[in-house]
Design a protein around this ligand. Structure first.
Ligand SMILES: [Zn+2]
Length: 280
């Protein structure tokens, strides 16, 4: 199994009651550290990196409001890029979470909150939804951010870019985008040869109009197994456009394997009424 396959397997086993479920980090040394971009929500503090089963010293944690990427050359992308180039991060995971308030806030509600804080509407950008990178749902947000990171010329083709969603109450992980299957060689117009030379804003004009519906990849460029995932991605996108919360799930669960020895336990944290996480 590869790193994310092992993480998902251990996570799901732990939630199913397998007390021996866990990740053996030393077996995945070539895939660590893992770089994660998550939301700023404090409820994630007790969950990560524990639910991943990764030791803290092999976990590079970037956070912003809503785990958004708005620009493939923006500040968050620059940090992700340096996390790979300087800190040696081997894989990237965009990790959204359920009940994300950044996705739930309405534009009117957001403007009212800013007004209460003394922020002048006239000094805010016209389209504040686009400015703050606010998506219609947590799932759509993960899909969009993962797509933008994958397309960024700052991230080398050898670095898988995954999309995950963590359920706040149980700690259950859902693998939305399998970064092992979607590689930059398949992204139209992107050379899979690492950072671009002398990038200019005009060179990335297409990214400004990035649309998941246009995110098509030739399956022959990256081998088998990609087309079903892309089909599922489009199904999710279609479901989101229809306003449904019951979007179909990609088939990302890895095949069953013998349970690994428990090295890093992954107890599913459950928030109590007081708000503090407790262990079952
Ligand atoms: Zn959030």
């Amino acid at each position: 199994m590869r790193l994310l396959e092992a993480i998902l397997d251990a996570n799901h086993r732990a939630l199913a009651g397998d007390k021996d479920a866990g990740l053996r980090p030393d077996d995945y040394a070539a895939s660590l550290p893992l770089i994660a971009l998550t939301c700023i929500d404090p409820r994630l503090n007790p969950l990560l990196p524990e639910v991943l089963g990764i030791p803290e010293d092999r976990f590079i944690w970037l956070r912003n409001a809503g785990n958004v990427i708005t620009d493939p050359m923006g500040t968050t992308m620059r940090s992700l890029a340096l996390a790979t180039a300087i800190k040696g991060g081997r894989e990237i995971a965009i990790i959204g979470h359920t009940d994300c308030q950044v996705c739930k806030v309405t534009m009117l509600g957001l403007l009212e909150r800013f007004k209460a804080l003394g922020v002048d509407r006239q000094k805010l950008p016209e389209d504040i939804r686009e400015f703050f990178g606010i998506s219609a749902s947590e799932r759509q947000n993960v899909l969009r951010s993962t797509g933008l990171v994958r397309q960024s010329p700052l991230i080398g083709p050898a670095v898988p870019v995954h999309g995950l969603l963590v359920e706040l109450q149980s700690g259950k992980l859902e693998w939305i985008v399998n970064g092992y299957e979607i590689r930059p060689a398949a992204v139209p117009g992107l050379k899979p040869s690492g950072p671009a030379q002398n990038p200019s804003p005009s060179a990335f004009g297409d990214f400004a109009a990035f649309n998941l519906g246009e995110m098509k990849f030739p399956s022959d460029a990256i081998g088998q197994g990609v087309e079903p995932i892309l089909t599922e991605l489009h199904k999710v996108e279609d479901a989101l456009h229809q306003g449904g919360e019951s979007a179909p799930q990609p088939e990302s669960t890895p095949p069953p394997v013998p349970p690994p020895k428990r090295v890093v336990p992954i107890p599913p944290p459950l928030p109590s009424k007081s708000g503090r996480a407790k262990r079952p």
